[in-house]
Design a protein around this ligand. Structure first.
Ligand SMILES: CC(C)(COP(=O)(O)OP(=O)(O)OC[C@H]1O[C@@H](n2cnc3c(N)ncnc32)[C@H](O)[C@@H]1OP(=O)(O)O)[C@@H](O)C(=O)NCCC(=O)NCCS
Length: 166
């Protein structure tokens, strides 16, 4: 399976908006995430060291997305967010491979020392994916977020540069 990741460009905006707002994606993304055209375009215009939205491609076809932003410049920490695979491409563990490519890019090319992410406690599928992709479970923000009318946990994961193999 030929999985690649690349920076998104304004030509990807329709794909990204459709994916973020898809009924099998939107309920799992942070409620606060920008999902409309204008906000996605604003995200794409940010400084590439401060933030990035990437497209996952399989055989040259758009299949998903990943993104990061710098959480702490001095300590070189990146927060990852909004990994999503289009439902047409699910079931092949695409996200695992894309996440490993992303980890290497962030650590080797962009120089981050720590990657971190947070997943809603009800999102078992994404939690299993994060563990398979090598992230270490670091804790839980208990009943932190109001999502779908309920207080839900945020499960915290981290990965250090020295933990990323080849
Ligand atoms: C999380 C996500 C990116 C994973 O995509 P993917 O790489 O295509 O994952 P797959 O569909 O191949 O599923 C991987 C495994 O999870 C399993 N799985 C499916 N639903 C599951 C569930 N509810 N709980 C646990 N495992 C589950 C699958 O059976 C598969 O395991 P298998 O290969 O042993 O059969 C994708 O599901 C997605 O886009 N979800 C919506 C957005 C999201 O939740 N993003 C994370 C926000 S932090």
């Amino acid at each position: 399976m030929n999985v690649e990741i690349r920076r998104a460009t304004p030509a990807d905006v329709d794909f990204l908006v459709e994916l973020y707002t898809h009924e099998e994606v939107e309920p799992f993304l942070a409620a606060s995430r920008a999902k409309d055209r204008e906000s996605v375009l604003a995200e794409l215009a940010r400084d590439p060291q401060d933030a990035g939205t990437f497209v996952i491609e399989v055989g040259g076809e758009r299949a998903g997305t990943l993104s990061f932003e710098t959480a702490n410049r001095r300590s070189r920490i990146a927060s990852l967010g909004a990994i999503a695979v289009h439902p047409d491409f699910r079931g092949r563990r695409l996200a695992d491979e894309a996440s490993r490519l992303f980890q290497r890019h962030l650590i080797r090319d962009l120089g981050f020392h720590r990657l971190q992410l947070e997943i809603y406690g009800f999102n078992d599928r994404a939690i299993a994916h994060a563990e398979r992709a090598g992230f270490v479970r670091e804790g839980v923000r208990r009943r932190a977020y109001l999502r779908h009318g309920e207080w839900v946990d945020g499960v915290l994961f981290g990965l250090l540069a020295e933990e990323v193999k080849n």
